[in-house]
Ligand binder design. Sequence first.
Ligand SMILES: CC(=O)N[C@H]1[C@@H](OP(=O)(O)OP(=O)(O)OC[C@H]2O[C@@H](n3ccc(=O)[nH]c3=O)[C@H](O)[C@@H]2O)O[C@H](CO)[C@@H](O)[C@@H]1O
Ligand SMILES: C=C(OP(=O)(O)O)C(=O)O
Length: 437
Amino acid sequence: MGTFKIEGGVTLRGEVHPQGAKNEALQVLCAVLLTPEKVIISNIPDIIDVNKLINLLVKLGVKVERLGANEFSFQADELNLGYLESEDFKEEGKALRGSIMLVGPLLARFGKGYIPKPGGDKIGRRRLDTHFEGFINLGATFRYNKEDHFYGVEAEELKGTYMLLDEASVTGTANILMAAVLAKGTTTIYNAACEPYTQQLCSMLISMGAKIQGVGSNLLTIEGVSALGGCNHRILPDMIEIGSWIGLAAMTQSEITIKNVGWKHLGLIPTAFRKLGITLELSGEDDIYIPAHTNGYEIQNFIDGSILTVSDAPWPGLTPDLLSVILVVATQARGEILLHQKMFESRLFFVDKLIDMGAKIILCDPHRAVIIGHDFKSKLKATNMSSPDIRAGISLLIAALSAKGTSIIQNIDQIDRGYERIDERLRALGAKIERVN
Ligand SMILES: CC(=O)N[C@H]1[C@@H](OP(=O)(O)OP(=O)(O)OC[C@H]2O[C@@H](n3ccc(=O)[nH]c3=O)[C@H](O)[C@@H]2O)O[C@H](CO)[C@@H](O)[C@@H]1O
Ligand SMILES: C=C(OP(=O)(O)O)C(=O)O
């Protein structure tokens, strides 16, 4: 596991180009299994999780060709389904959360889909009921081997039906959708997740020949077709990375322009940062300009004067993946905030490290923290820390960049899982960051 050494307190300046969205990439890469024809995907981020998934596709027999730095073609015309029952798959398949979405397309096209309990961030319980209940509704039989945590679904034929999901699971909706596009008849998925990731998956599937209505809403109607064809698909900019750059600019009091952000797909993200008092402007065609916050930033209260609460919610609510960044940015704001991470129960424990660095935070319970900002009157102190999950990792990195002195962050694979060449891109803005060992 690698380590970052960061000399904090340096003001940054310049332009950044966001990478393609990790969570969309994981969905659309799985969708290549739905057709024997060639699928070309561009703007694929070069990050650990995505590369692991591409590697799994290769092992499954998908022909993968690199066409450019972030562009690949995929052809799933001769698959080696025996790989699904191998020991290697049991190991490799659990290395990331996104691998769970291999199941839906495999079930739809080949009548069987298997997966070891997938990994991903250790941020609380991450159940898979929604996924498998969806497949069962479509007519699949389900089995689970408790000893080696191996899941399987099989079906001779999938039949469309109405289903109301028990929660608007992002990967669950994508998985069921990819099964339903090749099912017989009409499937209706109510309480579907509608994040831009899933909207993009829908638009890719439609260009492959799928019939889907309700894209962008929580009611998807899918009329099954007998086969899908190839397509070209471009992944959106990563909205979580964009939010991370906004937070980093504010906290390091740096002037930064984020290029080609896909503003109309950012939902409440700009609003959430503005509520913290951060100035950000849509500039040029589709860029975000953040001026240097030399006078700090002041958290707004609610209209009635009560303390601002920022909480997550399924889309179009605020994504849970940005709350850790918002939390760290609040440690230098003028004012107080209550941060409520509703979805995950273990995502806030990294605040201990921020408290060690001098941040004023009260962790009320695993889901809620009160943050009292320093208004830059006192800087965070550099320290040694380890990245527990991807978003806590980037938040600790932002804290280290704004802190006084030299910090060490271990376990940076957690950051590399989701942020492409982050150290290189930070250095281009003037940051003093090195990858040591
Ligand atoms: C690879 C990928 O795409 N990962 C994302 C995906 O994970 P993933 O698809 O695994 O997350 P889910 O949407 O299934 O659920 C996340 C958590 O939120 C809870 N939950 C979910 C829906 C709901 O309406 N209410 C509720 O409380 C679930 O019980 C679970 O604990 O979505 C999460 C929620 O946006 C993000 O954090 C992850 O980055
Ligand atoms: C939780 C996340 O990722 P994953 O679902 O892949 O663990 C994330 O991207 O913040």
